[in-house]
Design a protein around this ligand. Sequence first.
Ligand code: ZN
Length: 313
Amino acid sequence: MKEIIRLKPVFKERIWGGQKLKSYFGYHIPDKNIGECWAISAHKNGACDILNDHYKDENLLSLYEKHKNELFANDPSPVFPLLVKILDANQQLSVQIHPDDAYALEHEKDLGKTECWYVIDAKDQANIIYGHTAKTKEEFLNKVKNNDLSLWSYQNIKPHDFIYVPATTIHAINEGTFIYEVQESSDTTYRLYDYDRRDDQGNPRDLHLDKALDIINFPANKVIQETKEEKNDAFEMYHYVTNQYFNVNRYVIKSKATINFDTYALVSVLNGQGTILGQTIKKGEHFILPSTFKQQDIDIVGHLEIMVTLRVY
Ligand code: ZN
């Protein structure tokens, strides 16, 4: 395979969504509250179709199953392990927590979910919920039951911020936030608090306090994340995080940048256009650099801003 693997995003309607995926990236989406773009997904609830003629009729789920050795560096994960989304939060999301792999495997037969966010855009004074203030389980339960919002730790965010959300960290994205998200490909979420919102049928969404309390740390654990920067005339590179699943970077390319990886890479173009391996790429496109290209210097030329997430295992 000499081509990059181009993906067709899947869009999801959400009560908290909006129309920013259209206004920012120009995606053709229904005139509804669209909250999520599943940009690089092999999840059964929304796998991206492959756009290359060579693999037409495949989606990322089937491609991974059939060509794991050749394209995905013989990844030991039985399912495609990562999920890249773009989220448009027009209202606050529920406060939630995800288990780690061990808890998820035992209780849900699923992966856990470590995730992270790069803020593409945010309104003035936008914030997130990131952690909690309770010292004990009793204090936590009392405040949840009394709708006491002082339970949550709020953090202001602005464009270009990066937030690392390891499994078992309480979190919520609040309104006016447009983010790029990388996560383990898991659907296990324990909802802690939903502002008493009702669904179409007038029912509150389920809460999962019991399981959440199994995994919340008292007091909240402190997350450490440090961005490393490299800047020169040709490009700026920001390395945000490396863990046992992924290695997340952002490049602002003014003329050329060169990347090199050991497995395979998930790339999203946030702004501008250019070429990679002689193929044109532009804002709003998402693709995979398969392991056919591993351990080679790959030039990215042009004027563009991209997220490059490398698979780690
Ligand atoms: Zn989450």
